[in-house]
Design a protein around this ligand. Structure first.
Ligand SMILES: C[S@@+](CC[C@H](N)C(=O)[O-])C[C@H]1O[C@@H](n2cnc3c(N)ncnc32)[C@H](O)[C@@H]1O
Length: 411
């Protein structure tokens, strides 16, 4: 039976929530303040019809919206999304009784996503490339994507050819595409092994489409030009398929915030350094020791640093910071740290940082929940959380990132 309800708020995942008979009902693709009607089953209404829209509602930018699981909030305007994402971080911090100053959110524009991992499968006539439908294994074949950098969309014809080569009848492959200074850097995984002739075809595709590099199941098969990423004055060639901040605007905002926090520090630690996104710009001002789990990322960092100009000393260390965080003794002699952990956060390392005498910490996070936990540990240890800057590299999704500045407040 169809029921009428009013949306109160959004869930952490971006679904509208209405209270019906004292229970929370989730209604995807609705906004707070809207009146809607539809059938409720198991606490969800999947067929809501909007009766009274709000002014924050806009026309979605993409024809695949609601089918493709890549975006869940294209129906809300930018001002609404900026407030909602900032509030998500505020609410998460308040669960740990943390209050601080919030700088204005930095949102990456449409068509700025420079790295994405697509799924691909063969069809009878061609191949399909895209993202899965939300909570489903149905692949949505993308004809457009207003998130992506145009170079990535231009690669789709080649990706279809690649899928025909790499997919067996029923399996999907993963295609990771990264915009580099010299064209796309394309990394294929979960693909079947290629015959020698197919390898030739792949090298031809790389040349015809002007890709910088194609790698297949971890092995570089063709490199026409080095797939360079510029970090500060250095030109890095990251390992195929490795982590890179999702948009250049997001990266620039994070780096500039960290440089601001750590300006004046003589010796800086970059924990979870990757291929040097922070290390290399920071090395223009300070000596930097970069610590990271993946040795091949550190090799790329050091090779680029050796050829860069205007940088101070950089050293590296391959180390698992979850199991072997830097100890208090090892933190001596550093006056600044940038920490940029994966979603799990940096619990063990933060516990030790909290006891240290390091003056400034720039904390970069892609998960407000683990950040809030780690921030609480630092604050308990005598650090002040000066400010948080929310960074939105994943517009139209519920994903949110941030940079924060901590200063040692105990004597
Ligand atoms: C969010 S990325 C940040 C990378 C880099 N700071 C950047 O901005 O490009 C997290 C990094 O942590 C590394 N990592 C993941 N688990 C780790 C661990 N247990 N110990 C050390 N590094 C780890 C990953 O390889 C990845 O490079």
């Amino acid at each position: 039976m169809s029921e009428k309800f009013k949306i109160d708020r959004l869930s952490w995942q971006g679904d509208g929530i209405a209270t019906v008979r004292n229970a929370d009902i989730f209604i995807p693709y609705t906004l707070p303040g809207e009146t809607a009607e539809g059938n409720i089953a198991n606490g969800i209404c999947n067929d809501a019809r909007i009766l009274e829209p709000v002014q924050t509602r806009i026309k979605p930018a993409c024809r695949h919206f609601k089918k493709c699981g890549g975006c869940i909030l294209q129906h809300a305007n930018d001002a609404f999304l900026a407030d909602w994402k900032t509030q998500l971080v505020k609410d998460t911090l308040s669960l740990n009784y943390i209050e601080t100053t919030f700088r204005s959110i930095q949102v990456s524009p449409p068509n700025s996503r420079r790295r994405a991992v697509f799924s691909a499968k063969r069809t009878k006539k061609s191949a399909e490339i895209g993202f899965h439908k939300q909570h489903s294994d149905i692949l949505i074949d993308l004809l457009e994507c207003p998130l992506m950098h145009p170079q990535i969309m231009q690669g789709f014809d080649a990706f279809r050819e690649i899928a025909k080569l790499g997919c067996s009848r029923k399996t999907e492959i993963r295609i990771s595409a990264t915009v580099s200074e010299n064209g796309l850097d394309v990394d294929i995984t979960d693909a079947k092994d290629l015959e020698p002739k197919q390898t030739e075809t792949l090298a031809q595709l790389c040349a015809i489409h002007g890709f910088a590099r194609i790698s297949w199941n971890g092995e570089v098969l063709a490199q026409l030009k080095p797939p360079i990423q510029k970090f500060g004055t250095a030109h890095v060639i990251p390992p195929a398929g490795s982590f890179l901040q999702a948009t250049p605007q997001g990266e620039a905002a994070m780096v500039s915030a960290s440089v601001e926090t750590l300006t004046g520090c003589k010796r800086v630690l970059d924990l979870f350094s990757g291929s040097g996104t922070f290390t290399l710009p920071l090395s223009q001002h300070s000596e930097v020791h970069a610590v990271e789990f993946a040795p091949e990322m550190l090799d790329a960092l050091v090779t680029a640093w050796r050829q860069a100009t205007g940088t101070k000393d950089v050293t590296t260390e391959a180390r698992d910071l979850f199991y072997r965080p830097l100890l208090l003794d090892e933190l001596k002699g550093f006056d600044g740290v940038v920490v940029d952990p994966p979603r799990a956060g940096a619990l063990e390392q933060t516990k030790i940082l909290a006891q240290s005498n390091i003056k400034k910490i720039s904390f970069v996070s892609c998960n407000p929940a683990t950040f809030s936990r780690d921030a609480k540990t630092l604050i308990k240890g005598g650090y002040a959380l000066d400010w948080v800057q929310v960074i939105d590299q994943f517009r139209w999704s519920s994903h949110v990132e941030l940079v924060a500045q901590f200063t040692l407040a105990r004597s």
